[in-house]
Design a protein around this ligand. Structure first.
Ligand code: BGC
Length: 512
């Protein structure tokens, strides 16, 4: 199956390319598809483009069957799908099943319909505590900041009413997955997009669907999630997997599953692929990385799961800064990208990762748009730093991202001038051209794409493994220690080596 070894490029549509307003759009993606094609990747995943009031930048969906006017129209979407397919790129959409927007027709109906109604039962409504119900049903706090996981509504007659549960913002009410209509509706949504020809979905907070919201012994919302092997969440994914598999064309899904260990393994068999977030969380630590990779490889070898390797996405500070400081972070980010591209499974690259973009940590307070900023009482700056629009060309903002004179929705730093796609294209040794070469080599080497995997002995702070497929054998090595290390025998296929492997660098060797 293509997705078992694919390289997928994550587009954050707001920040890819804007043809008009300073917010990226679908026509912008069509116009700049060649950048992605040139990277030799197999597929794109787009963060949500459905209708949304954008309380959480599209992860609050008000209509799953249409495109938000901010991004364009359904005709634009159809054009994008056709343009991507014509260039050999598969298209994955983001599916958000845990919650809807509070502007979704179902939620509006639930508020109007009143306590005990079938409409209310599609969400998680409860009566408040205290004589007048003015205390939230439990004391559980939201893992997304802002205090309680409960918000009280005003009933249709104007009186203070019931409370509803939300793991994220109040604008994102959680659905009640014990209610069969919810699954039926999501099956309809999946079929709608699969019938259109999309190749699959990235599934948002895939392990969050079932939770016991009445529990009072867990302080945080995320601790209410049910992970046992038979819970409804697994049943949902097994059902929707059968829907996927009933389509031709090798449709797929990748689960955003933050659960760990045995719980992660449960979802890793439900989904065609699941993100191996332990690798992302290991940062620049050889021992932790080795354990994280081994865990995902165990799921692969023992359960037939396909890991989705990832270190950058729209929720996480960019590796070029996170693994810093300074230029060290840039070298490490490149080495991490090479590590991912060396592993069996699918690889996810987040837009801008191919440019070595830094996280923009000094955005002015007044432009911060992530709901986490306000919900944390302005203490947690949130995720905007990794969502700053891409620099395409030129020497000053918006670096070709938006039409002249139009301000991007988040300001770009002056330092982006050296990192534009235009500038990096002309330098054969640029970050961009190196990543492009790595992706191309992964495609060319059967060993890297689909060969066997074996750890090799290596000094402390160094990871080394071998991939091999018949006569093709590639050794990967990354130096996370602070001294240079000797290289094993072999010809350097890719890597910045000088006789030895310097700290913070990775290499591929062939023919050893
Ligand atoms: C998405 C986030 C979003 C959250 C709530 C996540 O895991 O990746 O961007 O804020 O789900 O939908």
């Amino acid at each position: 199956m293509w997705w078992q070894e694919a390289v997928v490029y994550q587009i954050y549509p707001r920040s890819y390319f804007s043809t008009g307003t300073g917010v990226g759009d679908l026509r912008g993606i069509i116009e700049r598809l060649d950048h992605i094609v040139d990277l030799c990747v197999d597929a794109i995943w787009m963060s949500p483009v459905y209708c949304s009031p954008h309380a959480d930048h599209g992860y609050d969906v008000s209509d799953y069957f249409d495109i938000d006017p901010l991004f364009g129209t359904m005709a634009d979407f159809d054009d994008l799908l056709a343009a991507a397919h014509a260039r050999g790129l598969r298209v994955l959409l983001d599916m958000v099943p845990n919650h809807t927007s509070d502007q979704h027709a179902w939620f509006i109906e639930a508020v109007q319909a009143g306590p005990g109604s079938a409409a209310r039962d599609r969400y998680l409504f409860r009566d408040g505590r205290g004589p007048d119900g003015s205390l939230p049903p439990t004391d559980t706090v939201c893992s997304f900041g802002g205090g309680t996981v409960w918000t009280r509504i005003t009933e249709a007659d104007g009186t203070p009413g019931q409370w509803y549960f939300h793991l994220f913002t109040p604008e994102q009410p959680d659905l009640n997955w014990a209610q069969p209509q919810v699954l039926a509706e999501f099956e309809r949504i999946w079929r709608f997009w699969l019938d259109k020809g999309v190749d699959g979905f990235r599934v948002d907070v895939a392990d969050h669907l079932t939770k016991d919201v009445d529990r009072t012994d867990m302080p945080e919302g995320n601790q209410l999630l049910e992970h046992d092997g038979h819970n409804r969440t697994h049943q949902v994914w097994q059902h929707l997997r059968r829907v996927l598999d009933s389509y031709d064309g090798q449709r797929t899904a990748v689960g955003e599953v933050w659960a760990r260990g045995a719980e992660h393994a449960g979802y890793a068999v439900d989904f065609p692929t699941t993100f191996a977030f332990d690798v992302l969380k290991a940062d620049w630590d050889a021992a932790k990385l080795r354990a994280a990779i081994s865990g995902a490889m165990w799921e692969r070898d023992e359960l037939g799961a396909t890991p989705a390797w990832v270190v950058d996405n729209h929720d996480t500070p960019r590796t070029a800064t996170r693994l810093g400081p300074g230029q060290t972070g840039v070298h490490r980010s490149l080495a991490m990208t090479q590590l991912l591209l060396s592993l069996p499974g699918s690889v996810y690259l987040y837009q801008g990762q191919e440019l070595g973009l830094p996280n923009v940590d000094d955005l002015p307070d007044e432009v911060l748009a992530d709901p986490i900023w306000a919900r944390s009482d302005f203490t947690d700056r949130g995720r905007d730093g990794c969502r700053v629009p891409l620099p395409w060309s030129g020497d000053e903002p918006s670096f070709g991202f938006a039409p002249p004179g139009v301000k991007p929705w988040l300001p770009q730093p002056a330092a982006f001038a050296d990192l534009t796609i235009e500038r990096q294209r002309t330098n054969p040794d640029s970050f961009l051209n190196t990543v492009r070469k790595l992706v191309r080599l992964r495609h060319e080497h059967p060993a890297l794409r689909c060969g066997s995997f074996r750890w090799l002995d290596s000094p402390d702070g160094v990871l080394a493994f071998e991939r091999s497929c018949e006569a093709d054998r590639v050794v990967f090595m990354v130096n996370m220690s602070d001294t240079p290390v000797s290289l094993p025998a072999g010809t350097v296929v890719a890597g910045d080596v000088r006789g030895q492997l310097p700290p913070d660098r990775a290499v591929w060797l062939a023919g050893a």
